[in-house]
Design a protein around this ligand. Structure first.
Ligand code: FAD
Length: 364
């Protein structure tokens, strides 16, 4: 019977996973590459938000966190469409009462880390996984080359997982593919109005669909909105073509006219904020015997157009937890069942997420 769990990555999925294990009485150690975001002011202050759906909430409920998280979430009851001619349309998400939630990524992560520590979990920051010794069951972390023995190891270190790379380097018949799309994304910020008011409809996910590209915005608790521009990297209308302040301002004025007054420092933000890429990662197997598994983006990174990456990672944690009950902590049975169950769903959502880009930018 295993008693100790080592997790690489204290992101959204690693933190949730750690809490599930602690509740079962396992000794849990989490190693995180970044500094503690609760102390690093710059990072924590960024209002990047995510859509949290029932899929994710169900997993949070299993560890008793759902109510706590709902307090920092804003329900979004539908899509609010902004057309180029200035007209708008509201499209409800399903039947009355159904909604998804906008939640701050950093607030969620920090809350989960707080809760993990309350459960007695040790989170070790600035420890980047650099090697795994599969013979001696040891994982090494830089920059100080500290080694830690593991009984059960989880790779929860995201789309570019170092633990997965260690697995890939030393395991035969590991299938791996990563695929970038031609569009990237840039985040932009709509500040709150006077007195902290919302300058757009609060309880909605805003979309400016423009066929080849789109802008979206999700609300934050302080009255601001985080916008994301999904846009081609290259071509006549692209990040490459908008290379002067004048071009950015005139493009937004023409294509997203109602944002001009909402984002006062548009061109400054446009050139200061990074342009990031979007990748799908498919790989298999996800496990090694009864001692190692990938989870969350490390196993299945998807593009964000369905708003389901984190939700699926949370679902991995819930399904794994259910399997621990089903197989009464027999890890030789739990891990194979976990990867078979989750791989099918992960492949399906990866495909649906890619298709939903067309849906959102062309068909809404
Ligand atoms: P991550 O969040 O990437 O966390 C991995 C952690 O591992 C990080 O803390 C990292 O610092 C750490 N780490 C990395 N390397 C190492 C190492 N070598 N050693 C130790 N630690 C390491 N999902 C949704 O459900 N809803 C949404 O609305 C949504 N919107 C999105 C919008 C965008 C623009 C993007 C890019 C993604 C979006 N996602 C969304 C997806 C979501 O962000 C991811 O699915 C989710 O963050 C995955 O969580 P994770 O814990 O597996 O990985």
């Amino acid at each position: 019977m295993k008693k100790e769990v080592t997790i690489v990555g204290a992101g959204l999925v690693g933190s949730l996973l750690s809490i599930g294990f602690a509740r079962r009485g396992y000794k849990v150690k989490v190693f995180e590459r970044r500094p503690d975001m609760r102390k690093a002011k710059g990072e924590a202050g960024r209002s990047i938000n995510l859509a949290l759906s029932d899929r994710g909430l169900l997993a949070l409920e299993r560890v008793g966190m759902a109510e706590e998280i709902k307090k920092i979430a804003i329900p979004m009851h539908g899509r609010f469409i902004h057309n180029q001619d200035g007209t708008n349309a509201f499209q409800p998400y399903g039947k009355q009462g159904q909604f998804i939630n906008s939640v701050s990524r950093s607030a969620l992560n920090m809350k989960m880390m707080d809760l993990a520590e309350k459960e007695g979990i040790g989170i070790y920051f600035e420890q980047a996984c650099t090697g795994i010794d599969w013979i001696q069951n040891k994982v090494t972390f830089g920059p100080r080359n500290v080694s830690s023995e593991f009984e059960l190891l989880f790779a929860a270190d995201g789309a570019f997982s170092a633990a997965r790379l260690q697995y890939q380097l030393q395991h035969d018949k590991f299938n791996y593919a990563q695929e970038y799309i031609d569009c990237g994304y840039k985040e932009l910020h709509i500040p709150p109005g006077t007195g902290g008011t919302f300058q757009l409809e609060k309880n909605a996910l805003h979309i400016w669909p423009r066929t080849e590209y789109m802008l979206i915005a999700l609300p934050n608790l302080d009255g601001s909105f985080t916008c994301t521009l999904f846009f081609p990297f290259e071509g006549p209308v692209s990040f490459a073509s908008l290379h002067t302040e004048e071009k950015v301002n005139s493009f937004f004025k023409e294509v997203f006219p109602d944002t001009i007054t909402l984002i006062p420092d548009l061109s400054k933000q446009f050139f200061n904020n990074p342009t990031s890429s979007l990748v799908t990662v498919r790989c298999y197997p996800w496990i090694d015997k009864d001692r190692f598994a990938m989870i969350g983006d490390a196993a299945h990174a998807i593009v964000p157009f369905f708003g389901q990456g984190m939700n699926c990672g949370f679902e991995d944690c819930r399904i794994l937890d259910e399997l621990i009950d089903t197989y009464k902590e027999d890890w030789e049975k739990i891990l194979p069942a976990y990867q078979v169950l989750r791989k099918t769903d992960a492949d399906a959502i990866a495909e649906m997420a890619l298709n939903n880009f067309t849906e959102m930018r062309e068909k809404t």
